[in-house]
Design a protein around this ligand. Sequence first.
Ligand code: F6R
Length: 615
Amino acid sequence: MCGIVAYLGPKNPLPIVLNGLQRLEYRGYDSAGIFLSDGLTRQTTKVVGKVSELRNELATKNKFDAQLGMGHTRWATHGEPNQLNAHPHVSNSGDLVLIHNGIIENYGVLKKELIERGYHFTSETDSEVLVNWIEEIKKTSGVKLGKAVQMALSQVVGAYGIVVHDNSNPMELIVARLGSPIAIGLEKEGFFVGSDATPFLDHTREVIYLEDNEMAILRAGKDIQVRQTDNDTLRTPTVEELKWNLENIQKGGFPHFMLKEIHEQPDAIRNTLRGRLFAEEGKIQISSFNEHQSVFTQARRIIIIACGTSWHAGLVGEYLIETFARIPVEVEYASEFRYRNPLIYSDDIVIPISQSGETADTLAALKLAKKAGAFIYGICNVVGSSISRETHSGMYTHAGPEIGVASTKAFTTQIAVLSLIAFKLAVIKETLSPKALRSHLIELDKVPTLMEQLIAEKEQVEEIAKIIHTATNCLYLGRGYNFPVALEGALKLKEISYIHAEGYPAAEMKHGPIALIDEAMPVVVIATRKGHYEKIVSNIQEIKSRKGIVIAIVSKGDTSVKKIADYCIEIPESSECFTPLYATLPLQFLSYYIAVLRECNVDQPRNLAKSVTVE
Ligand code: F6R
């Protein structure tokens, strides 16, 4: 969703902000803008479209030595993507400038009041209302900008990450957050602000993350003050060291981030398992489990909350935990869970799963469960993200930065973490013999190497993509552990190639979707040897009798499915519980190659955002 970048300090802010916005492109956006100031000259430039167009537009403008830059990529919520609605927004007096990520829910009431007091609006946005609300408070209360922001935010309902600037104090920036992340990079005499740390990764390793209900006053060459927005309590911020480097967030020779990230999965899973899995000894070491031993021993139920791809990983987690640890698991869409008055008990463990750690619905559902007394054990990829900070404990997936909007390595590393959790719980609950445990762990340990072999065979998937890329619909079927994989395969295809696709449990086909099957319908069937093989072979026969085009994901050496399916993609033979880790890869490649053939924007599909920070 919207991206924020700002710089205040001795360097030229223009390249810093523009390059920073480009790094945030992965979040998804439809317009972009920048504000530059040296205290006397002030310049605002906005475009509909990409940061490259903003760069071109700026090249036509007068140059001056700015000392402050504020940039924004907007993902439309209130008002269509056009120049007027793009940020930065300037107050009626022209003094205050604001960039905003989030939604001000009560903007209608505030706008009405401002109009009654003589304010006018050029955009349809909630953000323009906010900057004028701050201006009105500053004017009527005679306070400085920091105080005015604080007072204004106390009357705001919604979510925000904001940066505000006042022309009367050109060397100061006010930053605040509630629900939308804000990272502040530090250098000797300057400050960087970002929706995450990627915009300033090449300038500094030192970062401060604002907490919810906090604001920071940044004064160039001076200091940073972090305080609560709802009272004046000061906090001495913890300066954290950034571990990701620039190489991690560049394409490394691949044409798209998504392709790079698909290829990174073997190493990503190695990183997930490192220091946790000791296969030969038949042991799993998870420090957070030792710290909270009694919680895991007494757990009666696990509730997994997540959205999108992370929700699909949660479904695989349900199969894993129920199979091996025999603990009941419920998997809930965070957006439904938070609004349906769910039953939550103090001996429940709630597991929010989120790559970004910033998904608004997952964060809100987590807070609800925490308030109800559940133990919150998070699975996140982004270190220091909002969700990871709200949990009682948890595990990072260590997949490295995922920039492509379509989630790939986050999904498989989430499954790897859930496997570790399932086996660890099985040890605690004594539901798995040491021999069976060791044999499973040895198999898990081999996943990265076997994944590498699978990736080496990607050309076969590319050939199939060439045949089916013109389809308008596609069906994905799987059973057991591979039902969530079918859902994930369908999601990947629809989000990046805009082909309508549905994922179904294979047996459900007869209850409706079979009516769709004809000679124009590709049906991707996950038909691995372990797990309901005969039943899925019958399903394939049913599809073929109706002339559907069957693309089957089969175990190496399969003969039966090969006789009836139109195309087969082999994956390594494995226990059923590990098939999602392999079967997912060809489906990722399939959607990738199809999207490329259809000339779609693979890394930034239309209408989508990488982290969904509004509900
Ligand atoms: C799909 C995708 C989304 C995310 C979802 C949750 O490829 O990326 O469905 O999985 O928005 O995001 P996180 O995991 O960041 O909470």
